[in-house]
Design a protein around this ligand. Structure first.
Ligand code: ADP
Ligand code: MG
Length: 255
């Protein structure tokens, strides 16, 4: 399953927020979207998961135009973990994860033993097996984040869209969540704010700056001191991380 975004522009309040962005996520690739706060990452992802309508451009999922595809059909292939995971109503953790099964069922179909097993497995993958009967509302931000990831896993998608999935998590779970996602071996498009994690996990990166793509390529090629200094407005040195063997970065304030 691949995703192709062609010349996408999104306006909010008549202002161009995403400007002529084209990108691709090929089958099984972990693709990162980086860029400072306000560069348009969430807006771009929202257009991809159809919360916002683009002004221009086309989004193709396996060659099918997303605008013309029924949401239920999209949900069979694409799962989303957004940035905010608050709910107005309370559900148990298992009920939340069970919602991931909905696109695969008919309207009145009961949950099957197979659905139950899939949700149990998904919860175990995010280390929350013991939380199945807890109230979702009672969880910490990080636990909610992992439940929402479990729901996405239970959806058995072929493409996963993630908006800063490690935002509320402490270091252990940042690494855990990205490792789980990587092991799914499906296409991933993830907005990430941590450049070290982006370098460690992504096969390919797109860099967004003021709504425009300013660079793309493998992390080694993209994460240069000059680019990061220009885009993030900080001082930056890059080096090879002795533990991961990957490109890494350290920052300092600009004089
Ligand atoms: P990122 O996810 O990269 O931090 P966002 O996509 O959330 O960036 O936001 C991009 C820009 O769009 C920001 O400058 C934000 O202030 C602006 N923005 C968000 N919502 C609206 C809106 N409803 N009207 C006008 N501008 C908006
Ligand atoms: Mg955002």
């Amino acid at each position: 399953m691949n995703l192709e975004v062609n010349h996408l522009s999104v306006d909010l309040s008549h202002k161009g927020i995403v400007k002529d962005v084209s990108l691709k996520v090929e089958e099984g690739r972990f693709v990162g979207l980086i860029g400072p706060n306000g560069s348009g990452k969430s807006t771009l992802l929202k257009a991809i998961y159809k919360v916002l309508s683009p002004r221009e451009g086309v989004i193709l999922l396996n060659g099918e135009d997303l605008v013309r595809t029924r949401p239920r059909l999209i949900a069979r292939s694409m799962a989303v973990v957004g940035q905010f995971n608050e709910l107005d109503f309370d559900f148990t953790v298992r009920e939340m994860v069970m919602m991931g099964r909905t696109p695969h069922k008919t309207l009145l179909e009961q949950d099957t033993t197979q659905d139950f097993e899939i949700t149990t497995l998904a919860l175990a993958q995010v280390d929350l097996a013991a939380y199945a009967d807890r109230s979702y509302q009672s969880l910490s931000g990080g636990e909610k984040q992992r439940v929402v990831l479990a729901r996405a896993i239970a959806q058995e998608p072929k493409l996963l869209v993630l908006d800063e999935p490690t935002n509320h998590l402490d270091i252990k779970y940042q690494l855990q969540v990205l490792s789980i996602v990587k092991k799914l071996r499906i296409g991933v498009l993830a907005a990430l704010h941590d450049l070290s994690l982006a370098a460690e996990y992504c096969d390919y990166l797109y860099v967004l700056h003021q709504g425009t793509l300013v660079a793309e390529g493998e992390p080694e090629a993209v994460l240069t001191g000059d680019l990061i200094e220009a885009v993030y407005d900080v001082g930056c040195k890059t080096y090879t991380n002795p533990v991961t063997g990957k490109r890494d970065v350290s920052f300092f304030p600009r004089p």
